[in-house]
Ligand binder design. Structure first.
Ligand code: MRU
Length: 351
């Protein structure tokens, strides 16, 4: 099954080559990110988006942004690595993947020996490892998740946690792709996902490209669809999973989980293990990004909110752990009770 490659190195390695997701579904255009400004702007404006994809793009972006400084003395170079990396990490606060991936490349620079060129080469290798690991994690999530799907399963998803949101075949959509590869019939309902329409613009686009049966619905229709018994399973992604299993994901995920619980529909969160943040005890401590008024008020086509009316536009919400049937990770399917702090802390320092 061919899925899109949302983030990769440019041919000569001097840039991060991304699909500009702001233009989809109308135009499929790739864009080279060559400087720290390009990288920060692309992440801030959702040209590249989705927790794993911004992590990968941020890590690779740090490497390309550092290239002009390669002949600086070691101390100066490492100061620049810290400064550029911190700037990239701060662009979006909710997804743990961004600071995690950029932090890995920053630590690699600090450990590297030799001149600037050797430090930069070590950083490039680490960023490439993050990219390749992400691909492999998506595949494993897909294989574990596919065991939860039967012939003819009808899957409801929210936002876009597919190939566009990762370096591989996605997280929430990975089980769908793996099942489809095996010749299984699976149908997807994609929540439109107000206000930026990642579901209708992106999820529907990439599934249609891959030949998967997809139907778009307004977010407000999801509960009725469950009531009509037309949804067998919900799969969503995650931006951060707290130590107790609370999940931050795209705004609108929590009401979906409530509706799923009410209607007895399993609610699965698919995410790589690196999305677990052992330092965040519960969802209450997760910083939720708030985005610009215009994203909600001006919309894509015309103004939809009267001028000067206040707009509340958090980009994510927190779904309490008790509503999650199971986590589908690259390490297997994890069922309650969730105690992530211990496992993740035990391995901190390994990357
Ligand atoms: O604001 P976005 O489009 O970056 O939000 C993306 C999501 O909420 C995804 O569900 C999440 O990042 C997981 S992507 C595999």
């Amino acid at each position: 099954m061919s899925v899109v490659e949302s983030v990769r190195w440019s041919k000569d390695g001097s840039a991060v080559d991304i699909i500009d997701q702001r233009l989809l579904p109308g135009r499929l255009e790739r864009r080279d990110l060559c400087t720290v400004d390009d990288v920060c702007d692309a992440i801030a404006t959702l040209a590249v988006r989705g927790a794993p994809a911004i992590g990968v793009a941020g890590a690779m972006g740090l490497v390309v942004s550092l290239a002009p400084h390669v002949s600086a003395p070691r101390d100066e170079l490492l100061d620049t690595v810290r400064m550029l990396g911190d700037r990239i990490s701060r662009v979006r606060p909710t997804a743990v993947n961004l600071a995690w991936a950029v932090g890995r490349v920053q630590r690699t620079a600090e450990r590297a020996t030799g001149d600037g060129a050797a430090i930069l080469a070590a950083m490039r290798d680490e960023a490439t490892r993050i990219l390749e690991e992400d691909r492999a994690m998506c595949r494993r999530i897909g294989e574990y998740g596919a065991t939860l799907l039967a012939e003819g399963s009808r899957v409801l998803t929210h936002c876009n946690a597919g190939a566009l949101a990762t370096a591989g075949i996605g997280t929430a959509l990975a089980p769908v792709y793996v099942a489809a590869e095996r010749g299984q019939r699976v149908a997807v309902f994609a929540d439109e996902t107000r206000p930026l329409l990642q579901g209708s613009r992106l999820t529907a686009w990439e599934l249609a490209q891959a030949g998967v049966d997809v139907t778009v619905l307004a977010d407000s229709m999801a509960a009725s669809l469950m009531r009509e018994r037309r949804v067998d399973v919900v799969f969503v992604g995650a931006d951060r999973i707290a130590a107790n299993g609370d999940v931050a994901n795209k705004i609108g995920t929590y009401p979906l989980a409530l509706a799923a619980r009410h209607h007895g529909v399993p609610f699965y969160v698919a995410a790589p293990w690196s999305t677990v943040d052992p330092d965040t005890a519960s969802g209450d401590a997760i910083r939720i990004e708030h985005r610009a008024t215009d994203e909600l008020a001006r919309g894509f086509v015309a103004d939809v909110v009267p001028e000067h009316v206040a707009v509340y536009n958090p980009a994510f919400d927190v779904t309490p752990a008790e509503l999650v049937t199971a986590f589908v990770t690259d390490r297997g399917i994890i069922r309650p009770p969730y105690h992530f702090a211990h496992e993740r802390h035990a391995e901190s320092g390994q990357g």
